[in-house]
Design a protein around this ligand. Structure first.
Ligand SMILES: Cc1cc2nc3c(=O)[nH]c(=O)nc-3n(C[C@H](O)[C@H](O)[C@H](O)COP(=O)(O)OP(=O)(O)OC[C@H]3O[C@@H](n4cnc5c(N)ncnc54)[C@H](O)[C@@H]3O)c2cc1C
Length: 464
């Protein structure tokens, strides 16, 4: 290691931390990143990437089951869960070691160990070889988050799984209960359902994927039920009785408790920030439940101490963490930094069908006082969707009726997680309906539905 004094020390090498470290190094700063477990954080090792690898296997399996529709034949279809998981772990490993190469290439010192921040400008790292004390003018906390555990619903790795257990499942569930219908819960529900498990999803709120636009939630729900899932909304798992090879869940709906038996439960009831043990209270950092309170520039209020990514609160998304990492590095380097606008960060769920959105839902836009114009376009009206054999889906856009500002976009259907970025760019450029209507979309593509949805908001859709 080159020395123990740095311009910037980043604690945590997830998508927030490693990106902050690389950007700071690009700007000529001397940087160290401290990581206790794995380069790439939850995202690359236990989150975004391995889940998408699993879901890809499920998607291919699903398509193979539909081979006949495409004039193909595929017989004796099956899967080897261990091989599916092995592929997912391999993808995660490949990307995690890629982060190591990137940090090395950018001359960032990597210190493997558990960090604490004993005083302003100081980081103490418990490594395999003893404690290493580092100093820096700027410290960036990027320690991420972990699964929330509710009393009585704690994961045990056998009958009740956290997302980590579900990523390396000890067996294929037959009857699976998923508690929580946010992105993580629904992705696992979709994966195991596609592979043949009987899946029940319990959601305490009144709809699945509750942060999404109501119409999109309802559309996705219908598709999940058609695929065989049982969805229980406004319901709460009160108790889990763990027996031999089975769990009896006490599920309350409308004041009535019913008992249902499963062989596996996945608890996906949210996440909590890794704020403990760092010495934050002693430093005078303000915490709000399990996240660090920061301003729009991710400053904690303690001079030279920043917090980015999941530890700094919602939305708990890798791209938000990375963007904050870049912003903080540029701020420290004295550049003009660009704060993140939360309402311009897209959220994607890679279930089947996929769901993606950016900006305000129709209800939120109205609640904020906007007079809205709403456009919709169904996948059934799009040539490419039909050619792909993916005629089910919806693209919905929400505009301010007066100014034409694109307030929000909401999609469900094939590949919408790739399409949404078009609207994200639109929002970033403060696009209005006129710009979007005049844009020429390539044909035949799914993106044409994005155009048509905008046209529909002004009663001009051509193909529906
Ligand atoms: C199953 C699952 C699927 C997900 N899918 C998506 C998705 O599709 N898209 C998306 O945008 N987001 C997804 N997420 C969320 C995403 O993973 C997180 O938002 C993202 O990883 C946050 O990045 P981060 O850098 O803030 O923290 P993390 O990725 O959690 O990294 C924090 C790092 O800090 C280290 N650390 C913690 N404390 C210390 C310490 N004291 N000393 C040293 N090191 C420490 C940890 O070991 C970890 O490596 C998913 C999450 C899960 C669980």
């Amino acid at each position: 290691m080159a020395g123990t004094t740095y311009d910037v020390i980043v604690v945590g090498a997830g998508p927030g931390g490693y990106v902050a470290a690389i950007r700071a190094a690009q700007l000529g700063l001397k940087v160290a990143v401290v990581e206790r477990e794995h380069l790439g954080g939850i995202c690359l090792n236990w989150g975004c990437i391995p889940t998408k690898a699993l879901l890809r296997s499920a998607e291919v399996f699903h398509l193979m089951q539909r081979a006949g529709e495409f004039g193909l034949s595929a017989e004796n279809l099956g899967y080897d869960l261990d091989a599916v998981v092995k592929r997912s772990r391999g993808v995660a490993k490949q990307l995690s070691s890629g982060v190591g190469h990137l940090l090395k290439k950018n001359k960032v010192d990597v210190v493997m160990g558990e960090a604490t921040v004993p005083a302003k400008g100081k980081v103490s790292v418990k490594t395999d070889k003893g404690v290493q004390d580092l100093t820096a003018n700027n410290i960036v906390l990027a320690t991420g988050a972990r699964a929330r555990e509710l009393p009585g619903l704690e994961a045990d790795g056998d009958l009740v799984w956290s997302y980590k257990h579900a990523l390396v499942p000890p067996r294929m569930p037959n009857k699976l209960l998923v508690i929580g219908s946010g992105a993580i819960g629904i992705e696992f529900a979709s994966f195991f359902n596609t592979l043949g498990a009987e899946v029940t999803v319990v959601e305490v709120l009144d709809r699945v994927l509750p942060v999404e636009d109501e119409e999109i939630s309802a559309f996705a729900r219908k598709a999940f039920v058609k695929q065989g899932m049982t969805i229980m909304e406004k319901s709460m798992v009160k108790q889990l009785d763990r027996g031999k090879g089975k769990v009896t869940a006490h599920i309350e709906t409308g004041g009535k408790v019913e008992k249902h038996t499963f062989d596996t439960v996945i608890s996906a009831v949210g996440i909590v920030g890794n704020v403990e043990g760092l010495g934050l209270e002693e430093l005078g950092v303000t915490l709000d439940r399990t996240h660090v309170v920061v301003d729009e520039y991710c400053r904690t209020g303690v001079d030279g101490l920043y917090a980015i990514g999941d530890i700094a609160g919602a939305p708990w998304l890798a791209h938000k963490a990375s963007h904050e990492g870049v912003m903080v590095a540029e701020l420290i380097a004295g550049q003009h930094a660009h704060p993140v606008r939360p309402e311009s960060i897209a959220g994607c769920t890679y279930c089947h069908p996929q769901v993606a959105s950016v900006g305000y839902t129709e209800a939120k836009a109205k609640a904020l006082g906007h007079d809205v114009k709403v456009g919709k376009f169904p996948f059934i009206g799009n040539g490419k969707a039909i050619a792909l054999g993916e005629p089910e889906g919806l693209v919905k856009t929400v505009f301010d009726a007066g100014t034409g500002e694109l307030l929000g976009a909401h999609m469900v259907g094939a590949e919408v997680t790739e399409l949404i970025q078009g609207y994200v760019v639109g929002r970033q450029l403060e696009t209005t309906e006129a710009d979007l209507m005049q844009t020429v979309f390539p044909h035949p593509t799914l993106s044409e539905m994005m155009h048509e949805s905008v046209l529909d908001a002004w009663g001009r859709a051509i193909h529906f």
